[in-house]
Write a protein that binds this ligand. Structure first.
Ligand code: ZN
Length: 304
């Protein structure tokens, strides 16, 4: 017996996986792509839940207490919860998955009265990396960082690099393994980007697509599209605004409206009924990230 205990510990040590917690499901996919069978990844926001209004459940604290790493991505709930997570597990490292990703700013208020192109150009002035820099802007009430960074393959490539660097740091003995997975994933991201570009050669530059929740800002920026949102500050628009949105959608000859199952589609249905257009459910939170982006690209292209 005396020999068995150290042996068991040794075996346990050799096969121990790195326990990782992420905020949303696509992040889980990214970490698993690179970490493979050397990592255990859990997403705080569970399938079908809205990450903007998410409250971690008490039962999820068990994942926090076992985790080696937490990768925040910049959703609101992290502001309140990361401190609590840190108190729960003092050994857990927090590493921003979006380090070096250029953030775009989105207007907090509905901007249907303004030219969207103008707005797009304005955004460039507001691009920056770190959250705290935002405090220095005089117009901080007007703009907020768009957290939906992972809808851009370009951004996901940066995230992959960050994940790879961290995994090598915590488990250098498997560096070759991670490097190989990382290269494969970068290849997959490039292929995804290439396919999406091909799909959008079918439609004119600056084509508009209408979404209930503005989750596709980075995607739109990458592929020269314009996202036309319905939601106002995270809420269904008031009747007066809804009327204006319908008028503009008519003028723009919008052919479909995209909703996601994580949100109510009440006002989207009102708009769709009024304009006799389709409501199409798509989510940016799917685990099959690559196929999902290609699928969304096809849906946008076919409904433009
Ligand atoms: Zn969102």
């Amino acid at each position: 017996m005396r020999f068995l205990i150290p042996l068991f510990l040794l075996v346990n040590f050799v096969y121990a996986k790195t326990n990782i917690v992420v905020s949303i499901l696509p992040q889980q996919t990214f970490v698993e792509k690179i970490g493979g069978d050397k990592v255990n990844v859990v997403s705080m926001v569970t399938p079908g839940s809205n990450p903007h209004s998410y409250e971690p459940k008490a039962s999820q604290m068990i994942h926090i207490s076992k985790a080696d790493i937490y990768f925040p991505i910049g959703f609101g709930f992290e502001d309140t919860w990361l401190n609590k997570f840190a108190n729960q597990n003092k050994n857990m490292k927090f590493i921003k998955m979006t380090k070096d990703v250029q953030r775009i700013m989105m207007k907090k208020h509905n901007h249907h009265h303004e030219g969207h192109k103008e707005h797009d150009e304005n955004k460039k002035d507001h691009e920056h990396n770190e959250h705290h820099e935002h405090e220095e802007h005089t117009d901080k009430a007007e703009y907020k960082e768009d957290p939906h960074t992972w809808t851009s393959p370009k951004n996901v490539k940066i995230m992959a690099k960050n994940i790879y660097a961290v995994l090598v740091q915590v488990d250098s003995s498997n560096k070759e393994y991670y490097l190989n997975n990382y290269n494969n994933f970068v290849n997959e991201i490039n292929q995804t980007d290439k396919k999406i570009k091909e799909i959008f050669t079918k439609i004119p530059k600056n084509s508009k697509f209408m979404v209930f929740h503005p989750a596709w800002g980075y995607f739109a920026k990458d592929y020269n599209l314009i996202q036309f949102p319905v939601e106002v500050e995270g809420k269904e628009p008031k009747p007066k605004i809804l009327k204006e949105i319908i008028e503009e959608a008519k003028k723009e000859n919008i052919k479909a409206i995209f909703t996601q199952s994580e949100f109510s589609d009440k006002s989207a249905k009102v708009i769709a009924d009024e304009l006799k257009i389709k409501v199409i459910k798509e989510t940016p939170l799917a685990t099959n990230w690559s196929q999902n982006l290609i699928h969304v690209a096809n849906t946008i292209a076919n409904n433009n």
